[in-house]
Design a protein around this ligand. Structure first.
Ligand SMILES: [Zn+2]
Length: 422
């Protein structure tokens, strides 16, 4: 095997001539000087649009691109980066076959970082690849842009779930769309309003909007008004896990009230020591949230204690459980049970649940539609949970685009491959 062929294979640089290899022992850095083959050079293309363009000038001279390490040695590719005169983009740095336009890393470097970002922890990626987390964000953003251009994410979409996810403190939200049938994340964008969601339906196009048969959402008015407008024939469903979360939130409100009252009582008596009731209520949070079948024996004891000492809070707990059970019934029984539940909540004398009952009554049709059409709630919830995990990992990226890229590459059904593998 000739040296030049070997180097091209190791560096994965096609259509080039490896002119020189220079090794700096102190820096542990290997620099490969390459140039485009005469034929490729003669047919120079614009770095942005790949259109063949006449030469313009020498640009800023030679440039370096970070390549994958060889063994323990860092590697850079160095080459001239002249500009061409693109009819559309004007003077632009020429396209090189080993890197994306404007990138400081080679294509295979980008691919490896994208694969790692979907598989490993933040520190594993940054330490192994010797790059900052923000650089990881920039890399996965450009990798996702290319993947997105290659695949039709919206093919065969019929049943979708729409949701909003908070990704940063201070009310920053993403609107996300999930495919109920494949469980894939289909689309995400920053914002949670009609205009944001309209962008999705614009991208989907009129014809494919007409193919949407079911849309599930959390009951937010801004979502339902856009859906009514764009997919008038789709069955609208409530995501059961959102409905159960409303009940959990209401229960939490009652628990907080009870806790504040218990604390207030203590303060009034000026007894600095005995905050037992308040403390126990604070600790009861998980016992109240969890499904009864998953309670530990300690949590069961806590629940029994609540039943005895705070009948109101216990009633709120039973209401939450009652609503959760509705979703486990067949449609006819569920419809009946839901109406019984609404009547029960209306008379329960707990403001949080009286409000909830109104909300449930308002969304009755879409709640029952979710049960009737058996929309796989677990799937949407699991995608949701995974995106929430990613938002924590993505903290430190400086734009939501990087978070979206990470979420799409991880959950969108087109995961990155390691370079050189099929
Ligand atoms: Zn161009």
């Amino acid at each position: 095997m000739q040296n030049a062929t070997l180097w091209r294979a190791l560096l994965r640089v096609e259509k080039t001539i490896v002119e020189d290899i220079e090794y700096d022992e102190d820096e542990q850095l290997l620099v490969a000087h390459v140039r485009l083959r005469a034929r490729a050079r003669a047919r120079s293309r614009c770095g942005r649009c790949d259109r063949r363009s006449p030469a313009y000038d020498r640009g800023e001279g030679r440039r370096r691109w970070r390549a994958l390490d060889l063994g323990t040695v860092r590697v850079a590719i160095e080459a001239a980066a002249p500009r061409v005169s693109c009819p559309v983009h004007g003077p632009t740095v020429v396209a090189v076959p080993w890197a994306r336009h404007g990138a400081g890393h080679t294509l295979v470097f980008d691919e490896q970082v994208a694969w790692l970002a979907t598989q490993c922890s933040k520190s594993a990626v940054t330490e192994l690849m010797r790059i900052a987390w923000r650089t990881v964000g920039a890399i996965i953003t450009r990798v996702w842009a290319d993947v997105e251009a290659l695949h039709d994410r919206f093919a065969d979409l019929t049943r979708i779930g729409i949701d909003e996810i908070s990704y940063k403190r201070g009310h920053r939200y993403l609107t996300v769309v999930v495919d109920h049938d494949s469980g894939r994340l289909v689309w995400a964008a920053p914002g949670r309003d009609k205009a944001t969601l309209a962008v999705f339906f614009d991208a989907l196009g009129e014809q494919r909007c007409a193919q949407i048969t079911h849309v599930s959402a959390d009951g937010a008015d801004w979502i339902s008004s856009v859906v009514t407008d764009r997919c008038p024939n789709a069955v609208r469903c409530a995501d059961p896990f959102h409905v159960v979360r409303w009940a959990t939130d209401a229960l939490d409100e009652v628990r907080r009230q009870a806790w504040n009252e218990a604390r207030g009582a203590v303060t009034q008596r000026r007894a600095g020591r005995s905050t037992g009731q308040a403390k126990a209520l604070k600790g009861a949070r998980y016992a109240l949230w969890k499904n009864p079948e998953n309670l530990t024996s300690r949590q069961q004891t806590k629940l029994a204690w609540i039943a005895k000492t705070d009948p109101r809070l216990h009633r709120a707990y039973l209401l939450k459980e009652g609503l959760r059970l509705v979703f486990q019934l067949p449609l006819e029984e569920a419809a009946e049970a839901l109406d019984v539940w609404v009547g029960w909540a209306r008379r329960c004398r707990i403001p949080a649940f009286i409000d909830l009952q109104r909300r449930i009554a308002k969304h009755r049709t879409s709640i029952l539609a979710a049960i009737e059409h058996g929309l796989s709630n677990g799937r949407i919830e699991s995608v949701n949970t995974k995106i929430r995990l990613l938002t924590r990992i993505a903290f430190g990226f400086n734009s939501p685009d990087a978070l979206i890229a990470l979420a799409m590459l991880t959950l969108g059904g087109h995961p990155p491959l390691l370079p050189g593998r099929a």
